[in-house]
Design a protein around this ligand. Structure first.
Ligand code: PMV
Length: 314
């Protein structure tokens, strides 16, 4: 029996979420928490199992594309991109990444599944083909994704992204390991809804919101410099600034404010919401006692883990 595996990390946006939709730069980094996929021969296939998602796990059998939800259509898109037709394959995906809170679960789902399917067919994906295929799977979830999620998740490390720049994706050389705590709570709206609501506020007062996005751009560029020089104190201050601007944009919520405040009260050098906001995830710079910060976040009813953004290998 053939068994093939694939893995992919999650991601965290360090700077520039929302502003990136308006052509400004953003910075994202791969996490060391992620998903793993197993593809194995099964006469019942194609099937997909994700025991970690949903109260009873998620299980589906692909008999055709009609009437399937997004996850089923994503499996179909991955099989199409792998050009294996509808093989007798059972895919199982598991790991430590929560679904739909802005930590890259859908892109990690796509990349880990494609890696396993590539190995299953006997021809692992080359990088560019993997990126193209992951983009097709991401489209099922996100319509027109910017590409930053699946690019940073496929490549690892830390990336600066700016849509219309001459070089849209540029690796950021992280000088020292960056200790992070990531926390999350259920979302109060989808990314699409939060982005659309900000678009309405922007269009009613474009010059004011464009001014905010310009200020966020300065924070993002200063963030790149702080990552490249290994200045954790500066990174912390810049996280606080970034969060303040996101709050001014109206994408924070009481839950985000509580997570950020809890992190700051427990030794964070700085903390911000990450991703779309309206609940979802928070990231903090946590060089001291990260386990205590994680416990404090749990005590307030949030999920959290401590992790480290690795220094770049150069
Ligand atoms: O889906 P999330 O939570 O990772 O957030 C996406 C980031 C946004 O800038 C809010 C939207 C986008 O398409 O870049």
């Amino acid at each position: 029996m053939r068994v093939a595996t694939g893995a992919a990390p999650g991601k965290v946006i360090l700077f520039g979420e929302h502003a990136v939709v308006y052509g400004r730069p953003a910075v994202a980094a791969a996490l060391d928490h992620g998903l793993g996929a197993i593809a194995e021969h099964s006469e019942r296939g194609p099937t997909l199992d994700i025991p970690a998602w949903g109260p009873k796990g998620l299980r589906l059998r692909l008999d055709g594309q009609e009437g399937l939800d997004a996850i089923g259509r994503a499996l179909a898109a991955a099989l199409d991109a792998t050009e294996v037709g509808r093989p007798e394959v059972a895919v199982t995906i598991d790991g430590e990444l929560p679904l739909g809170v802005g930590l890259g679960s859908s892109a990690a789902f796509a990349v880990s599944m494609l890696r396993a399917l590539g190995e299953f067919r006997g021809a692992p994906f080359e990088r560019d083909a993997l990126l193209a295929a992951a983009g097709q799977v991401e489209e099922v979830f996100h319509g027109t994704p910017s590409g930053i999620d699946h690019t940073v998740i496929a490549d690892g490390g830390c990336l600066r992204f700016q849509r219309d720049a001459e070089e849209p994706f540029r690796a950021v050389q992280v000088a020292v390991p960056v200790p992070l705590v990531v926390a999350w709570a259920p979302r109060e709206g989808t990314t699409r809804e939060v982005v659309a609501a900000l678009r309405r506020r922007h269009d009613a007062m474009p010059e004011l919101y464009d001014g905010l996005f310009d200020a966020m751009t300065m924070v993002t560029e200063a963030g790149v410099r702080a990552l490249e020089s290994g200045d954790l104190e500066a990174l912390g201050r810049l996280f606080d600034l970034a969060h303040g601007y996101l709050n001014a944009c109206g994408v924070s919520s009481l839950v985000n404010e509580r997570m950020v405040t809890c992190a700051r009260d427990n030794g964070a050098l700085g903390a911000k919401l990450t991703g779309a906001g309206a609940g979802g995830a928070m990231v903090a710079i946590a060089p001291r006692a990260p386990a205590r910060m994680v416990s404090a976040l749990f005590a307030e009813g949030f999920q959290a883990f401590a992790t480290t953004l690795s220094a770049s290998e150069t």
